[in-house]
Each structure stands twice: as structure tokens, then as C-alpha cells.
Design a protein. Sequence first.
Length: 372
Amino acid sequence: MRRDKKGISRIVEFVIMFTVFIVIVTAFYSLANIWLRPPIVDYAQEEAMRVSEVLINNPGYMDDGGTDWEEYNATKINSNLKSLGFAVDNTSYGVLSMKKITAMRNLTYEKAKRAMALEHLNFNITFRYFNGSIMLSNKTDNKTTLTFGANFGYNATVSWKRIVNIVDLDGKYENATLTVYLSKKGRFEERVVINEIMYHPPSPMVYTRNEWVELYNVANMAVDVDKWTIEDLVEWERDTLMDCGNGTIIPSYSYAIIVADYNSVKENFTETLAIGESPKAIWLLAVGNYAAIGRGLNDTGDTITVRNRYYDVVDSIDYTLLVKSDDANGENETLEKKNSFKKNTDTDWESNWDVSQTSRTGGTPGRKNSIS
């Protein structure tokens, strides 16, 4: 009996030890599997999902408590916006307001990036929806595409897509695809071009006080031109662009008029416009040592250069080859660009400029060019 009990005891001990061994091996294998396998979570994708949720669930708001931020001007939006969202209101999950979507063109890229709590990643947001009564941006296969943010080229590998509803400008519902791209690559291009030049105002106006240069923002988001400069070449002088009363932020696809004398230019070049055609543009004062843009734009030709706050050349044009003894030379017309998206560095850039066709009423400051 003693031998049987002793044998049973050893069997029990063996079973216990074997069980403990199996448990240890299993635990070790499980931990090793967790440690060695790649993470399940794609953090960049998770970030894109989070941004998508912010856009859909949050209507956005201002420091003053206003949620209808699309009604504010670009300068106020950029300085006061706390949070970014496209939702119609707090309770309309998945229903976006087209007004808020299009108003994103009034936001600078850096402001929108901070509003979405993005520090190390660049973003690109795209909406594609069936075109109803709205005519916005580019139409392809009966769809409209609106894009905001950085230019990734072919490097936009991280994205999050989802189907949402939008309320368009006529109050109708449309289906849309919201795509959020995030990447460390790509950057936002501040594409501002010289778009129109009044280099020789008509007599008896004081020439230098009534010269003006129009800029056009061809980027998909607003651009802040604070601390930018403009210069001429013939009698070189560099002026700083200053706020003339309505801020220094040019909304996307909008204009800025650079002047040396705001009151004089506004009086002489906007009074002849039809009712409802007043310039939808910001006004910028060229501040330097002379009451002129530079030392005055030369009537026989000059080079105008616009630089950003880092003194990089944003756009430049030598209009000497464009000067003729015609309406732009003292006869109350301007030099206008036909295609604003075409660069002045292109080989055939001269053919993209011509004299305005406004019946000698002062060109098109703050409006679509007459030859566009």
C-alpha cells in the first residue's frame, strides 16, 4: 500500500509540474507573439480617421462663441477660429454644410492644420459629389471636386474615405465622398500671381498715387501676405505690404489690390463700376520711402517683383515687352492676364497678357479680368 501511495504521489507531482510547464511555455509564446508581431494599429490611418470624425461631428466655432464661422471674413476666421468642422450643427452626424466646406478657402493652411491638431503631418481634404445645382471647381463625369491643403503629388499614401451627406447652397441633400490624406511629404503652395497692372494712369491723375497692381490667389486655401514686399526695378525701391483696413489674408481664388494711395485709387477706379460690382478684394498699402509703388512704375517698362516674408520671389514680371502706344499707356486701361494659372516663366508668357477691354473705364480691379 505504501508503494502504491508513493507512486500515485509522484504521478500527481509529475502532472502538476507538466501542467505548470505547459502554462509557462504558452505564456512565453503568447508574449513573444505580441512583442514580435507588427502593431495592429496603423497610427497614421488612425489619425486620418480622427480628422474625419472632427470634420463630421463638430460644426466648428469661434473664440466669440459663434458657430456660423463661414459667415465671418477671412481675417477674423483665421485669427479667432478654435475648432474646425463642417457639420451643419452638433446633432447632425454625417450631414455637412456646403457653406462651411467652401468657406475653408478663407482659412490659411497653418491655421487649419492647428485647428485639426496636426503637428507633424501635412493634410489634404477632398470632397467629391454628384453635381446638382452647384457649379463649383472642376466637373468630371458629372461630379464636382473640391480640394484643400497640401500638394502631395503621388506621395499621398495614407487616406481615410467615407460617404457623407452634404446640404448644398440651395438646401438640397447630396451624397459626397470625404477623403482625408495625411503625410509627412508634400507642402502647401502659396501661389499668388501678379494679375493686372495699372502702370500709366490717365491724365490729370497724379501718376504714382494712382498706380496699382492686382494680385490673385490661385491656391486652394487662403494666403496671408503679412510682411510681404513689392519692388520695381528701373528705380529700385522695395515696399512692405501693409493692412489697408480689411486684413492681409487673400482668400482662395480672390484678389488683392496694392496701392500707394488707397483713397485716390478707390475714388478713381471703383466709382465707375456698376452697382453690385464693387471690388471683392482686400486692399494692401505699399509702404516705403515714396508715395508710389516702389519709386513709381515706369511708363516705358519696368519689372515688378513680389516676395514673401522670407524674401522668396512669389511672382515677377517685366512688362517692358508689353508696353505699347495704346489704351494701357495713359488711356485708362490696364495690362491683364488671360489665364491666371499660367506662369510668367513660361516660354510664351507674353501671349498670356494683353490690354484690358473695359471701354477705358479703368480696368478690372478686384474683379475677373475682362480678357480672361
